[in-house]
Design a protein around this ligand. Structure first.
Ligand SMILES: Cc1cc2nc3c(=O)[nH]c(=O)nc-3n(C[C@H](O)[C@H](O)[C@H](O)COP(=O)(O)OP(=O)(O)OC[C@H]3O[C@@H](n4cnc5c(N)ncnc54)[C@H](O)[C@@H]3O)c2cc1C
Length: 361
């Protein structure tokens, strides 16, 4: 038996649909790539995005940075341009978007559409019925705060790199040792700012970026923390900050950029009752399907390699598997059925190992 899909048509009134073929959570690289792939194959596709605009991390965390590892862009491309190009492509493919809608829950229902059982996707605003869900909401939720700086309640403390065309003459302190902190350091130095990088432990950032920072005369404070911070003169507009460091230095600066990671979306995954990996990411099988049938997960949400092109590739693959399931249910697909059985056996073995571990603890 084959379940046919109806090709999308520009005159379609998507608002009158009783249910969607695919609902995608998150309009970052993974979600946008998945969405244009399902829409190109004629599936009605709705993307729900918690923020008010699309793009994910490249748009929100590094819009001005030139990304240099995307094939086909030898001169690099900014996060903002990349996001807007892929979004436009999805809009042209007739993907539908709802912004400011945050996923809260996904419930199974006893309703069906073309022999597929429907899921109910619940957001902070409404509920949508659909046949397949693709989770592409990244692992990051909100930036992790640094209490000693947060207590200042100062507009000069930033958790997202502010959009300043030229940092000329500005004294910028950057807190963090990961790739985001190092990228921000390079950006400030390239824009003629003075930069102090404060790294609590050893940096796990890229060695070549670290070299670029040192070559550009950026100062790096290793194994150092901010022990105290104060606003130097609250009465003066554009006033500075003074940071006391555990290495004994006192640092005067105009801006502090805190790049120490994010709180994860783990709570949402637990609420959805999805099997998780030990590192808090969502476990998927080789078809990017989670432990709940019909719910796929792609991009940073589960992956080890956190890159735009990997998020794109996974989004596209999950979209094609979802399409295959809709047009030819997996129980007609022998390989899929065999893999499902192997996974079930794997799950049972993992469960038994967990039970054994908890008995010996
Ligand atoms: C500073 C920095 C620099 C980087 N530089 C590079 C680089 O040079 N090259 C490269 O390839 N990669 C780079 N990366 C990594 C790359 O940005 C990520 O791997 C990629 O964005 C992952 O895409 P994604 O779609 O899985 O997740 P995200 O980009 O995180 O998108 C997820 C989307 O889901 C939305 N969302 C989250 N929760 C919900 C919810 N409950 N309901 C609805 N929507 C939700 C979010 O608002 C977001 O828009 C960098 C990352 C950082 C932090």
């Amino acid at each position: 038996m084959r379940v046919q899909v109806t090709p999308l048509d520009r005159d379609m009134d998507f608002d009158t649909l009783a249910s969607w073929d695919v609902v995608i959570i998150g309009a970052g690289p993974a979600g946008l790539a998945a969405a244009l792939t399902t829409a190109h194959r004629g599936l009605t596709t709705l993307v729900l995005e918690a923020k008010e605009t699309p793009g994910g991390q490249p748009q929100f965390l590094y819009p001005d940075k030139r990304i240099i590892d995307i094939p086909g862009f030898p001169d690099g491309i900014t996060g903002e341009e990349l996001s807007s190009r892929v979004y436009q492509q999805a809009v042209n493919a007739l993907v539908q978007f709802r912004f400011n809608e945050e996923l809260l829950d996904i419930q199974d229902t006893d309703q069906t559409h073309k022999e597929d059982s429907l899921k109910s996707v619940v957001t902070n605003r409404q509920m949508y019925l659909c046949r397949k869900v693709i989770l592409a909401c990244g692992l990051l939720h909100f930036p992790r705060k640094l209490p000693v700086l947060d207590a200042l309640d100062s507009q000069q403390v930033h958790y997202k790199v502010p959009r300043i065309a030229d940092y000329s003459g500005q004294r910028v302190a950057i807190v963090g040792g990961g790739d985001s902190a190092l990228d921000a350091a390079v950006m400030v130095l390239e824009r003629h700012g003075q930069m102090d990088l404060i790294v609590r432990q050893d940096t796990n950032g890229k060695a070549d970026t670290l070299r670029r920072i040192q070559d550009s005369l950026g100062r790096i404070h290793m194994a150092t923390e901010i022990t105290a911070a104060r606003i130097t003169d609250a009465r003066i507009a554009g006033t500075g900050l003074e940071l006391s460091l555990s290495d004994g230095c006192t640092l005067a600066c105009d801006l502090v950029l805190v790049q120490i990671g994010f709180l994860s979306s783990e709570d949402i995954f637990r609420r959805l009752n999805l099997r998780m990996n030990d590192n808090g990411s969502v476990a998927v099988d080789s078809y990017f399907e989670t432990s709940r049938a019909g719910i796929f997960a792609v991009g940073d949400v589960h992956g080890d390699i956190k890159l735009v092109v990997v998020a794109w590739a996974e989004g596209i693959q999950a979209a094609i598997y979802a399409f295959k399931e809709i047009t030819s249910p997996f129980w007609l697909n022998e390989k899929r059925l065999r893999d499902l059985k192997i996974n079930l056996i794997g799950d049972k073995l993992a469960e038994a190992a967990r039970a054994r571990r908890s008995l010996t603890q």
